[in-house]
Design a protein around this ligand. Structure first.
Ligand code: SIN
Length: 275
């Protein structure tokens, strides 16, 4: 792929690229927008360094790619319902995204992508790992692909979000968290490539098999999907940005820095119903 307005440096052959030559706080020309979009389609997750962005500029950048998503549970910063706070310190009991997942797959229409801007980092530590669900799918045998192709799975937010934000003042008594049924193998609406679409955080059950079979299949698929050869690992610096395609990527925020502080903001872009 030839880029004219940005530079794109792949991190691995399968996933991840660092983009330079662009200031995300400024309005982007059509060609730059298109090239960032193309780089995301080619590399699944793209990274930018040294981006000073206000919360409004962050939202404006996300909105270029679609309407912004509102998280079903996490309390937003005042006046910014479309913004997710990512923060851990010495009082944290867990971190956002501390196991392999795609974002909010319990939604009927899970997000197409997320843009995370990290402001404060521990040093060292706090990397994020990303895995290509295309590469994971491509590595399956044809027999396994044919078996998985017609299956669907239940994704539930209840066990993920219930009570989770109590320490930030959220009382979710009486609130219903989303759940949804999605294909186990998803076709990407832009690239047409297939990828595994179950994850350890949200997926509770593969529907067309027994509970024991579902548990065994989920254990296999989740282990397989996150093998090191399908991954890249990003080391943050203050004002780094990661933009991942939630339709073909899983990620894992590494919490190896307790009790240090890691802090940032994420905007999440609405997606469509998986098929
Ligand atoms: C997330 O969006 O799941 C958190 C990712 C991170 O903090 O690196």
């Amino acid at each position: 792929m030839a880029y004219e307005t940005i530079q794109v440096e792949p991190l691995t052959p399968r996933i991840g690229a660092e983009i330079s030559g662009v200031d995300l706080s400024q309005p982007l020309g059509n060609q730059t927008f298109q090239e960032i979009h193309d780089a995301l389609m080619d590399h699944l997750v793209v990274f930018f360094r040294d981006q000073e962005m206000t919360i409004e500029q962050h939202k404006d950048f996300g909105r270029l790619f679609g309407e912004l998503h509102i998280h079903p549970g996490s309390p937003p910063p005042h006046g910014h319902p479309e913004v997710l706070v990512i923060h851990a310190d010495e009082n944290s009991k867990y971190v956002a995204g501390g196991n392999w997942h795609s974002d909010v797959t319990c939604d009927e229409e899970p997000p197409m992508g997320s843009v995370l801007h990290i402001h404060e980092i521990p040093e060292p530590g706090g990397d994020t790992l990303f895995a290509s669900m295309y590469a994971a799918y491509d590595a399956l045998s044809d027999t396994m692909k044919a078996f998985l192709d017609p299956l669907t799975a239940i994704h539930d937010g209840e066990h993920v979000y219930r009570g989770r934000y109590a320490d930030r003042g959220v009382d979710d008594t009486g609130k219903d968290y989303p759940n949804a049924e999605h294909p186990v193998i998803r076709t990407h609406p832009v690239t047409g490539r297939k990828g595994i679409f179950v994850n350890t955080a949200f997926t509770t059950r593969i529907k067309q098999v027994t509970r024991r079979e579902s548990d065994a299949l989920m254990a296999y698929l989740c282990e397989h999907a996150t093998r090191p050869e399908f991954q890249c690992r990003f080391h943050w610096r203050p004002n780094s940005v990661a933009f991942w395609d939630n339709r073909c990527v899983q990620h894992h925020a590494m919490w190896d820095y307790y009790p240090q502080v890691r802090s940032g903001l994420r905007v999440t872009i609405k997606g469509d119903r998986p098929f």
